[in-house]
Design a protein around this ligand. Structure first.
Ligand code: ATP
Length: 469
């Protein structure tokens, strides 16, 4: 029985059952064949022009030999193409970086555009719910272009009108599995356009050995390990504060020790001092000799050391007032990095309330006023909940290593970080695969970056201590 519909709707109903929605027959406008053919031809030409415009090098590499073969036969084509191939081969051998930049990655991008993204685009968009059916017509987001480099493919997408970035970030699993990648990162290129990053390989899959100690004293940025594209991960410590959160065994120690290692020449030159707070009596005690007496493990001693740092900070602020607005490390005013391992031992799990309040106040003072006068804090903790670490928002730069729960990711990196691809709760608990792997969110960028810290072993720490002695 048809439902009674208002106006002239009922005559367009083509099917209906009691338990499904009413389906309407779309209005059909009869178009003359010639117009349809002209539209198809225009679309084909536009598509061809777009293809040539987007992939000129890849098309030339593939189409020119094919055309020569077709026109002159394979012998002549081979004769003509051989010198060009020899030239390309020589280019690849003699100057690999420029060859890969101009030819290699363009051909890769074209092949992947054709074979992976173009081929699977419509099914993936439809199944993941990013395409829309409206009045019998299917609207699919447009695949604008694909670029490739040694690490990943970057797919530029034109969203459907009315779509939000969240529609895409909610479907990163559908997208990554749909296009055969382990992960997918979504970033905004401009209004209405997104860039989806699909890594093809993982340079962070194996542990990175301790990096060499720098030859030149530097206060940073310090090389800590690798970024997900295989390039060096440089972490700024001077002029900021860094919070590292990670479950037990996530590799927090490797970030702390890589930072200490990178600052070592500057420490020897007197431009940096590291003040170490080690309430667990584990991580930093190993390299106690490196900290020149500025080491505390007992909570009361930690509070004293923090108060001393606050006092240095105030004295500097008084001296700098009206004279300089930022700090440059000198022998008189070195950069002081206060390193706190498992800060929650001092701020949340400390039973002495007075001590706890003193420590929390000192840390809050340092993190709000210290960076302009050359006092920075590098703190590590396991549990990022607000009850445990109520000053976590005072740290401009944050690193999330492996975390136990997905909600903790946004607690550390800020709202929306997990949606943007910071899957810190999915990092492998196997140390060789996941220790030291994490996501960084810098003050200057909303997009989290995947990183892995180099592993500074006990041997390496012993060697560093030996060098100091
Ligand atoms: N960057 C790394 N690369 C490879 N393996 C690592 C790395 N960092 C740590 N590991 C391995 O993981 C183990 C645990 O690391 P670590 O003790 O530093 O973690 P943690 O986060 O400090 O843990 P906890 O909070 O329990 O002290 C180490 O014994 C080491 O074998």
């Amino acid at each position: 029985m048809f439902k009674r519909m208002p106006g002239d709707e009922p005559h367009r109903i083509v099917s209906t059952t009691p338990d499904t929605a009413v389906v309407f027959k779309p209005a059909v406008v009869r178009t003359p064949a010639i117009i349809a053919l002209v539209i198809f031809a225009a679309r084909f030409v536009a598509g061809l022009v777009r293809l040539i415009w987007r992939h000129p090098v890849a098309l030339a590499v593939i189409a020119v030999p094919g055309a020569l073969c077709f026109v002159y036969g394979w012998r002549v084509a081979l004769l003509l193409v051989a010198p060009a191939l020899a030239g390309l081969g020589a280019w690849a051998v003699l100057d690999r970086p420029t060859f890969t930049r101009w030819v290699g990655w363009r051909v890769t991008a074209f092949v992947r555009w054709f074979w992976i993204y173009r081929r699977h685009w419509q099914p993936v968009m439809t199944v993941s719910g990013l395409a829309r059916h409206i009045r019998g017509r299917e609207y699919v987001p447009r695949l604008v272009k694909v670029t490739s480099d040694s690490w990943a493919d970057r797919v530029t997408v034109r969203m459907l009108d009315g779509q939000a970035v969240k529609n895409w970030t909610d479907r990163i699993e559908n997208l990554s599995h749909g296009f055969g990648s382990e992960t997918c990162r979504v970033s905004v290129a401009k209004a209405g356009r997104l860039v989806l990053t699909f890594p093809r390989r993982d340079p962070l899959a194996t542990p990175i050995p301790a990096l060499p100690i720098p030859d030149i004293p530097t206060v940073g940025p310090i090389e800590i390990g690798k970024l997900e594209d295989g390039s060096p991960w440089l972490l700024r410590l001077h002029g900021t504060h860094v919070l590292v959160a990670g479950a037990t065994g996530a590799g927090k120690g490797s970030i702390i020790w890589s930072a200490v290692r990178g600052l070592l020449p500057a420490m020897w030159a007197g431009l940096v001092e590291i003040w170490a707070l080690d309430p667990k009596l584990m991580e930093l005690s190993y390299g106690k000799a490196l900290f020149g007496g500025r080491y505390a493990a007992d909570p009361a001693d930690c509070a004293d050391l923090l108060d001393e740092a606050v006092s240095v900070m105030h004295k500097r602020a008084a001296r700098f007032a009206g004279v300089q607005r930022s700090h440059a490390p000198t022998l008189d005013d070195p950069f002081i990095l206060v390193v706190v391992d498992e800060v929650a031992f001092l701020t949340a799990y400390q039973s002495d309330k007075q001590l706890r309040q003193r420590i929390s106040a000192a840390l809050a003072t340092l993190t709000t006023q210290g960076r302009a006068v050359g006092v920075g804090v590098l703190a590590a903790l396991q549990d990022p909940r607000k009850e445990v670490m109520n000053i976590r928002n005072l740290f401009p730069d944050k690193i999330a290593l492996r975390l136990d729960e997905s909600e903790q990711v946004d607690m550390v990196l800020g709202d929306g970080a997990r949606d943007r691809g910071a899957l810190a709760d999915l990092i492998s608990p196997r140390p060789e695969r996941g220790a030291g792997v994490g996501y960084v969110r810098l003050e200057t960028s909303p997009d989290p970056i995947r990183v892995r810290a180099a592993y500074v072993s006990d041997e390496d720490i012993r060697a560093m201590v030996g060098e100091v002695r």
